[in-house]
Design a binder for this molecule. Structure first.
Ligand code: BG6
Ligand code: MG
Length: 213
């Protein structure tokens, strides 16, 4: 079947906010008296804010009440938003805008499939909102990746079948979600890390939509 709908993850795929998440979580763990490294951070990618905090607390063997957890998650998000609020169109990752343009020109439908509740502000600040025919983000789903909910809702919003969709993801859990949805999964990053993807590219520079349809 021809694949003519593209579903994009946001953080670490279209914009470099994956580093902002890492920085903000590290700031929090250092306050709690421990540190996280890049390998551990990899396991947080694609995971919702509260689920990420749960994993972090378990990693640092820290127990908090529900109220404390909510307060810490809010602080992390405030620090994260300080970084996001400084974003401009220059923060869109290399090759992304040309790729989105070429996809649109080729009649491909485009949706966002992100776990982030901050997706609208990021799309707005970076000026890429107008490329999307549908936006499904953390405000629309109840289950975190690797659950396929976010991508199933994306396909539904575009009115296409799952097999017609290509998902672009930088997270292992995101690729799991795409495969669970019965979609073609393009990993953005390193093939060694994203070994569950159908194909892996380092980024969008020099890449064309036809390679995946
Ligand atoms: C995902 C990120 O895109 O969004 C995760 O990969 C993040 O690191 C998740 O936890 C939720 O984001 P937010 O912006 O709602 O805290
Ligand atoms: Mg991501």
């Amino acid at each position: 079947m021809a694949r003519h709908a593209f579903l994009f993850d946001l953080d670490g795929v279209l914009v470099d906010t994956a580093v902002f998440h890492y920085q903000a979580w590290r700031r929090l763990t250092q306050e709690l008296g421990f540190d996280i490294d890049e390998a551990f951070n990899e396991t947080l990618k694609g995971i919702s804010r509260m689920d990420s905090l749960e994993r972090i607390l378990e990693h640092g063997k820290v127990t908090l009440t529900q109220k404390e957890k909510e307060a810490y998650a809010r602080r992390k998000n405030d620090w994260y938003l300080e970084l996001v609020n400084r974003m401009t169109p220059a923060d869109v990752l290399p090759g992304v805008e040309d790729f989105l343009k070429a996809a649109k020109h080729g009649g491909i439908q485009i949706a966002l499939g992100s776990a982030s509740k901050n997706a609208p502000v990021i799309l707005e600040k970076t000026g890429i909102l107008s490329y999307f025919d549908a936006v499904i983000d953390g405000n629309h789903v109840s289950k975190s990746k690797p659950d396929p909910e976010v991508f199933l809702k994306g396909a539904e919003a575009l009115g296409v079948s799952n097999a017609e969709c290509v998902v672009f993801e930088d997270a292992y859990a995101g690729i799991q979600a795409a495969k669970a949805a019965g979609m073609y999964a393009v990993g953005i990053g390193e093939a060694g890390v994203l070994n569950n993807a159908d194909v892996v590219v380092p980024g969008f520079e020099g890449v064309t939509p036809e390679q995946f349809t």
